[in-house]
Design a protein around this ligand. Structure first.
Ligand SMILES: Cc1cc2nc3c(=O)[nH]c(=O)nc-3n(C[C@H](O)[C@H](O)[C@H](O)COP(=O)(O)O)c2cc1C
Ligand SMILES: CC(C)CC(=O)C(=O)O
Length: 356
């Protein structure tokens, strides 16, 4: 099955409200569409007669040496997509050598997610994503949970000072998880109602000071996710980020921002190789990965395609998505005369004519 066929199978398997939650974006979904379309405007200029029978596509990421260049971006509520939920995703990512980013909005507690990954691979890389919380004790409790579970890095999502307005969810009245599902990592946190998980909180008052505070709480590397402006990328490096993730949250926050990949070159220039830059949003094929890496990313994140694989076929479906993307990428690298990721350079990307 192609990724497109897996998407169709997922649509058939999911109830329409859950499908819309995953598929949808903010506002008029302009950014959602732009993320994918932007890749059509980039073309690769291959080099010839410089390839190799063997290629190495592994990449060293914070807390994840020798990882696949395809990272599982954090997406909420996997048990809505499949009964095995985040555990199935974790097993699949571990089997494919891909970093799994689980997070505060997972429907399986982080300890269970890491345990599932460890059941498949000796040394899986699971990162924990959280929103900078205005309450330091809440952030600290989440950080300890991630550390105790064995996560190897933290991801702070900074593109969500307020909740995005997801048009389809508003129309469908999808404002809460159905009975029987919860954001399990939010249970028992300071300020949580007894027996119930705390609400996921976003605050426009959080700042770089909160990033500094979080960094001081832990020895784990901290990546900053949701950067579009090159000056913020620079600030992230100055504030000790171990990595910068260029992302517009899959078009689910501000519906007036550029396509994610269009923001990548300026961010990569600002970061200038000091820490890895990752890109997510609209990555759907191996060629997209090659373009992103040539434009300065060390790795890419994929969000929705992983959920489609999960919904369609559980663990096997997620494996299929991750394996297909890495295999297509390796094939594209071969076609471009590369033997390793760094052989893809900025001069090998050109703009297609707008009129093609
Ligand atoms: C259903 C869904 C849930 C998401 N949940 C989170 C989340 O909890 N935290 C976060 O930082 N990003 C979240 N994201 C954003 C993804 O991490 C990622 O930025 C985005 O999906 C990438 O775009 P793509 O879906 O086109 O690959 C979510 C995205 C989707 C589609
Ligand atoms: C629970 C939500 C905050 C998850 C999210 O980030 C999203 O749906 O885009």
């Amino acid at each position: 099955m192609t990724l497109r066929e897996l998407h169709d199978a997922a649509r058939a398997a999911l109830d329409p409200v859950t499908y819309d939650y995953v598929a949808g974006g903010a506002g008029e979904e302009r950014v959602l569409a732009a993320n994918e379309r932007a890749f059509d405007r980039y073309a690769l200029l291959p080099r010839v007669l410089c390839g190799s029978e063997t290629r190495d596509t592994a990449v060293d990421l914070p807390g994840a040496p020798g990882a696949s260049p395809v990272v599982v971006a954090p997406t909420a509520f996997h048990r809505l997509a499949h009964r095995h939920g985040e555990r199935a995703t974790a097993r699949a990512a571990a089997a494919e050598g891909a970093v799994l980013v689980t997070g505060t909005a997972a429907t399986t507690a982080v300890a269970g997610v890491v345990a599932a990954a460890r059941g498949t691979a000796a040394d899986p890389a699971v990162w924990f994503q959280l929103y900078p919380h205005p309450r330091r004790d809440v952030t600290e409790a989440l950080v300890r949970r991630a550390e105790d579970a064995g996560c190897t890095a933290l991801v702070l999502t900074v593109d969500s000072p307020v909740f995005g307005r997801h048009t389809r969810d508003l129309r469908n009245g999808f404002t809460d998880l159905p009975p029987g599902y919860a954001a399990e990592n939010m249970r028992g946190l300071p300020g949580a109602p007894p027996g119930r998980p705390a609400a996921i909180t976003m605050s426009p008052a959080v700042s770089w000071r909160d990033i500094d505070r979080t960094r001081r709480m832990t020895a784990l590397p901290v990546l900053v996710k949701g950067v579009l402006h090159p000056r913020d990328a620079l600030l992230a490096v100055e504030h000790g980020a171990a990595g910068v993730i260029v992302s517009n949250h899959g078009g689910r926050q501000c519906d007036t921002v550029p396509a994610a990949v269009d923001c990548l070159p300026a961010v990569a220039r600002a970061v200038a190789g000091r820490v890895p830059v990752l890109l997510d949003g609209g990555v759907r094929r191996g060629g997209d990965i090659a373009v992103a890496l040539a434009l300065g990313a060390s790795a890419v994140g994929v969000g929705r395609p992983v959920v489609w694989g999960l919904a369609a076929e559980g663990e096997a479906g997620v494996r299929r998505v991750l394996a297909a993307l890495r295999d297509e990428y390796d094939h594209t690298l071969a076609l471009c005369g590369g033997r390793r990721n760094t052989d893809l350079t900025g001069d090998m990307v050109v703009r297609r004519e707008e009129t093609w």
